[in-house]
Ligand binder design. Structure first.
Ligand code: RB5
Length: 153
């Protein structure tokens, strides 16, 4: 099950990606927004980010104008590795190497055809593990240090 959400800048692309997911038989929950009325991406990103970090959803998809605001906000949530991508190579390698769990796309950056390919690549590519797991562990360590206070050099 996939969690997805958008602000007004990503609304149209989110609707297009919902149709694409449906055509592939992939289940999702839509956390909004539900129109092109202006809203605040940080509020919406948090809903998906918290749910994905809690393990309630396998992965998340977030859409705003650029994808950047959503990714910045989502990455504030512990356990989230959100990647803003607009090319195929990045969408593939953020799964292989970063074990990214949320993909952020810009509705004003990528068209629906490319977005379908980016979503498919993101959802269908497995984490490579191995030496990359150690690097993910180092990211998790930063999060732990932030909570406990103090940083190792
Ligand atoms: C909204 O105009 C726009 O700022 C937002 O969708 C997003 O691009 C922010 O990063």
């Amino acid at each position: 099950m996939i969690a997805l959400a958008c602000d007004h800048g990503g609304f149209k692309l989110k609707e297009e990606m919902k149709a694409h997911l449906e055509s592939r038989g992939i289940l999702f929950r839509d956390f909004g927004c539900f129109s092109e009325d202006a809203c605040d991406y940080a509020v919406i990103a948090k809903k998906v980010a918290v749910s994905v970090a809690a393990g309630e959803y396998e992965k998340g998809l977030l859409f705003c104008g650029t994808g950047i605001g959503m990714s910045i906000a989502a990455n504030k949530v512990r356990g989230v590795r959100a990647a803003c991508c607009s090319d195929h190579f990045s969408a593939k390698y953020t799964r292989l190497h970063n074990d990214a769990n949320i993909l952020c796309l810009g509705g004003r950056v990528v068209g629906p055809g490319l977005a379908c390919e980016l979503v498919d690549t993101f959802l269908d590519t497995a984490f490579e593990g191995g030496r990359h797991q150690h690097r993910i562990d180092l990211i998790t360590q930063i999060e732990t240090e932030q909570i406990e206070g103090g940083h190792s050099k």
